[in-house]
Design a protein around this ligand. Structure first.
Ligand SMILES: Cc1cc2nc3c(=O)[nH]c(=O)nc-3n(C[C@H](O)[C@H](O)[C@H](O)COP(=O)(O)O)c2cc1C
Length: 300
């Protein structure tokens, strides 16, 4: 049975073109990265969604979360962000700060479940400054949540420490809904270890999919494969085509994807500089195109 794979919501990374790129290569679930509930209520438009995209909301007050969620009637699911640890977010009692106020967390999730016609999911960390999964599971008990994604780190931990998969295993035993494991899944092999070691119901992949979206396909198809530089360039070309199709992706973000995709290519440092000095997609494509070998050129 293929492993259920989710692309992690990542702000400034998982734009609509990137989500589509990942979907064209793997049958995955994607989600619009965090949208401030309060901010959304002051906007006239909602960010564009792909069919079956979920929407992740950031907020700590049902008064804003519920009307913001209702602005996305086409979202396949509504996800509550209980993981963001950026100081200005936490100061407002949002994101991972909800792990310190579990009564409010329950109030927010309950209000979303009651108001939203679509399934509601929650993405949490294992705790604020220590693992408190038991308390979090108790706070959410009995609510009609479709799944909980557990990022195996506390809010105060940064990425320098490995994700705690033991905590994800405990979460599987504590929550009365399906649990998706998240943190340091970088290959099919590691996805298998996480599934077998924790008993989770699926895996969510973040950073590994930034510089190699095809890792999602590897996990889905059950085999780790390698990428040639040419394949990486082709991926960027596909992405650039999708950016043109959807038309609302910032160029700085497009450039960042090019930098990430060429990270393991020969001469990556030089390419990186040239890409960062590019002013349009054509220039980025030209920098990457320099990679193509003379043999490749003769074949074309
Ligand atoms: C650049 C970046 C942006 C992120 N933005 C979000 C976000 O908008 N919402 C969210 O829930 N998590 C966000 N995250 C956290 C990821 O979704 C994920 O939980 C984390 O990276 C751990 O997974 P990984 O080890 O596979 O990267 C972000 C992570 C990165 C690296």
């Amino acid at each position: 049975m293929p492993i259920p794979v989710y692309l992690a919501p990542m702000c400034n990374v998982t734009d609509i073109a990137y989500r589509q790129l990942c979907r064209e290569h793997a049958g995955i679930t994607t989600c619009l990265d965090m949208v401030s509930a309060r901010g959304q209520l002051t906007r006239d438009e909602t960010p564009p969604l792909l069919p079956d995209d979920g929407v992740q909301l950031l907020g700590g007050d049902p008064q804003y979360l519920v009307p913001a969620a209702l602005q996305f009637p086409d979202a396949a699911f509504i996800d509550l962000n209980v993981g963001c640890s950026v100081r200005k977010v936490v100061r407002k009692g949002q994101g991972s700060a909800l792990l310190k106020d579990l009564a409010n967390l329950r109030r927010c999730v309950e209000a979303l479940v009651d108001a939203c016609p679509q399934p509601v999911t929650v993405k949490i960390r294992i705790g604020w400054d220590r693992e408190t999964l038991e308390d979090t599971a108790r706070a959410l008990k009995g609510l009609d949540i479709a799944r909980v994604t557990v990022h195996g780190r506390t809010a105060v931990q940064n990425f320098s420490e490995p994700a705690d998969w033991g905590a994800i295993e405990r979460a599987v035993g504590l929550f009365d809904v399906p649990v998706v494991g998240n943190g340091d899944v970088t290959s099919f092999e590691r996805a298998t270890w996480m599934m077998e070691g924790t008993g989770c119901d699926g895996v969510m992949v973040g950073r590994a999919a930034i510089n190699d979206p095809l890792v999602l396909r590897d996990i889905e198809q059950g085999e780790d494969t390698c990428r040639t530089p040419e394949e990486r360039i082709t991926l960027f070309e596909e992405y650039a085509g999708l950016v043109e199709r959807y038309g609302n992706v910032r160029f700085a973000q497009v450039r960042q994807h090019a930098v990430q995709l060429c990270r393991s290519m020969p001469g990556a440092a030089k390419k990186r500089m040239a890409i960062l000095h590019s002013t349009d997609v054509e220039q980025v494509l030209a920098v990457l195109g320099e990679q193509r070998s003379p043999i490749q050129d003769k074949l074309e």
